[in-house]
Design a protein around this ligand. Structure first.
Ligand SMILES: [Fe+2]
Ligand SMILES: [Fe+2]
Length: 610
């Protein structure tokens, strides 16, 4: 049974956002429900009380009205016996207790809206990884834990609100999904964090600047350490925003900030994003596992050719292994061209056909010269079953071997839900064959759901087809790549892969370049073609010359323009049945292709080697 990753939908987005909004609303108003946490200025404060910035008007001795901004913080354990602060604290506590249900409802609605926007964006605007339910639940849970932790810190310490590590979640999102998603979550988390201190404008602006700048400057996701540099940049931006915001709301004083030390909002604005980046870096192994991401170290280990499962494939299905290695090079180049995960794509290519090691002889690339194909004596639907089994068997072996699910995904999506055309048509042409539907010849896999698996599906067909391109010219490769991409698009196999038309165009160019490089030795230069023509002419002349002018040599040693081709392909003149598929033979082949694509009849005659 194939297991798949759940994709988030509208319902899951609404449920997640509603749960998130409810928990956060309860947390935001938490202390108001606990009567022992009421702050009495004449007693040591049970929790830290933060009275938001309030513009108050007072009358001086001359009867002049004055406006001033009041903002009080009563740290936990302190008393405030002096007036007028004591009166202000009592009035504030009276006004907010008991909590107004209307106010809480409004707060809940704001949270709901924020995270509905975020989950919708993750589903529709981000890369495919953000559309997975596990990723959405994981990132929102991390955001919730960060905000709940911040709320606890605000209640039980006297740290300023600018110390909230709001850039932590967006940095994780940028690392595991993309920076656009990081920016979206950064904005949402910053607003939520500011709500914990009654939407303090200065704190909100500082947190927003920290998270957006850190995320935007976290460019190189392959180097997780660059998170620290991004955090430092976020800290500088946040502290500058703090200075500007203070100037707008009462004036900034450097001396006052220095006097406050660790409790200085400006200092914390500078330090908090760096701390967030360090936390993000340290928790990377844990969070990546939680979100179902395979670490680079694990992928590098899996790409080691001494890995037992790869060794098994090399020993039991050497032809399929060569096909996988060729695919790995092509797929990695294509993934690199569109900024996808190159290492994951390479590892996915290595393991995608492991199921062929169970019954290697059912696949033409594993047959030795003159060896009979077992399909010759099987009914088409039995052959199709045998071919299709490699997908299910591959998944089983990989899962038993403890291979991470994102790598296994390549195995059960590389043929998608396509039909094995060759056996399906053979079955239809068979007289007296039992009634069967096309679905009996359909692969039991799934359509690719990431750009990386989408690329592998294309490469699987292209790599096999490339061996059949004769002569191996750039034009021939271009036509092959175009045809494979068009066929997969037409079948709808790439609909869920997230590959855009631009991605496909870039991939097509890069794959063609790679094929030209890979088959460079087969591509003849003009001088080679000229030399071959001269050789052929010389042979023709020699044959028409009188016998005594010929060098004494045995007839079978005499050069002949078709001798090499006959030797090479003579044993393969019989149609060779390959795994899958849905492609028609492209051109006559000189050697039996490995992966996708059709039966191939090898022509015995080839141009002489250059
Ligand atoms: Fe396959
Ligand atoms: Fe394959």
């Amino acid at each position: 049974m194939l297991r798949t990753r759940l994709v988030a939908g509208v319902t899951s987005g609404v449920v997640l956002s509603a749960v998130f909004a409810t928990v956060l609303t309860v947390a935001a108003y938490g202390e108001v429900f606990v009567e022992p946490w009421r702050v009495d200025p004449s007693q040591p404060a049970p929790v830290t009380l933060r009275i938001p910035r309030t513009r108050v008007q007072t009358l001086d001795a001359d009867g002049q009205m004055n406006f001033s901004v009041v903002r009080e913080m009563v740290p936990r354990g302190q008393m405030v016996p002096q007036e007028p602060q004591a009166t202000l604290i009592r009035a504030y506590e009276r006004a907010r207790r008991p909590a107004s249900l209307r106010e809480m409802g409004a707060q809940w609605f704001i949270y709901l809206l924020l995270f509905l926007t975020a989950t919708t964006y993750m589903r529709r605007g981000s890369t495919k990884a953000a559309g997975l339910l596990r990723m959405q639940v994981g990132l929102l849970s991390l955001a919730l834990v960060t905000l709940l932790g911040s709320k606890a810190a605000l209640l039980f310490t006297d740290l300023p609100a600018t110390a909230i590590p709001a850039s932590l979640v967006p940095l994780w999102a940028a690392l595991y999904v993309d920076r656009r998603t990081g920016l979206m979550l950064g904005a949402a988390v910053s607003v939520c964090a500011a709500s914990l201190v009654s939407y303090d404008v200065v704190a909100g602006a500082v947190l927003m600047a920290a998270s957006l700048t850190s995320t935007m400057l976290f460019r190189n996701r392959k180097q997780v350490g660059m998170m620290i540099v991004a955090g430092l940049a976020g800290g500088i931006a946040a502290s500058l925003v703090y200075v500007a915001a203070k100037e707008l709301s009462g004036g900034f004083s450097l001396m006052d900030e220095i006097a406050l030390g660790f409790r200085s909002e400006g200092f914390m604005a500078l330090v908090a994003p760096v701390v967030a980046a360090v936390l993000g870096l340290l928790s990377h192994p844990l969070t990546s596992r939680m979100l179902g991401i395979v670490s680079r170290a694990r992928l590098l280990n899996l790409s080691d050719l001494d890995e037992p499962l790869l060794q098994k494939m090399q020993n039991e299905a050497p032809g399929s292994w060569e096909h996988s290695r060729m695919m790995a090079n092509l797929a990695e180049a294509a993934a690199s061209a569109i900024g996808s995960d190159t290492l994951l794509t390479r590892v996915g290519a290595y393991y995608h056909d492991l199921g062929k090691s169970v019954q290697p002889k059912y696949f033409v690339e594993n047959l030795v010269e003159d060896e009979k194909s077992p399909h010759d004596e099987l009914e088409p639907h039995v052959s199709a079953d045998a071919i299709m089994a490699h997908v299910v068997e591959g998944v089983r072996i990989l899962r038993d071997g403890g291979i991470p699910e994102p790598v296994i995904e390549f195995s059960y999506t590389h043929h998608g839900t396509s039909v094995i055309e060759y056996f399906w048509h053979k079955h239809q042409e068979l007289e007296g064959a039992k009634e069967m539907s096309e679905d009996a010849f359909r692969y039991p896999g799934m359509r690719p759901r990431t750009r990386e698996t989408g690329i592998l599906m294309l490469i699987d067909a292209i790599e096999a087809g490339a061996r059949t391109v004769e002569p191996p010219t750039r034009k021939g490769f271009e036509e092959l790549v175009r045809r494979v991409i068009f066929t997969k698009l037409k079948q709808g196999q790439l609909d869920e892969s997230g590959l855009s038309l631009e991605d496909l165009r870039v991939c097509a160019n890069r794959i063609t370049d790679s094929l030209c490089s890979a088959y460079h030795s087969r591509i003849k230069y003009p001088w080679q073609e000229k030399k071959a023509a001269e050789a052929a002419e010389a042979v023709a002349t020699a044959i028409t010359q009188p016998m005594d002018e010929l060098r004494p040599e045995r007839t079978e040693d005499r050069p002949s323009e078709d001798t090499p081709a006959v030797r090479e392909s003579g044993s393969r003149e019989a149609p060779a049945v390959q795994e899958t598929t849905d492609e028609r033979p492209l051109v006559p082949a000189r050697s039996a292709p490995a992966g996708e694509v059709t039966p191939v009849v090898v022509t015995p005659k080839e141009p002489p080697p250059g």
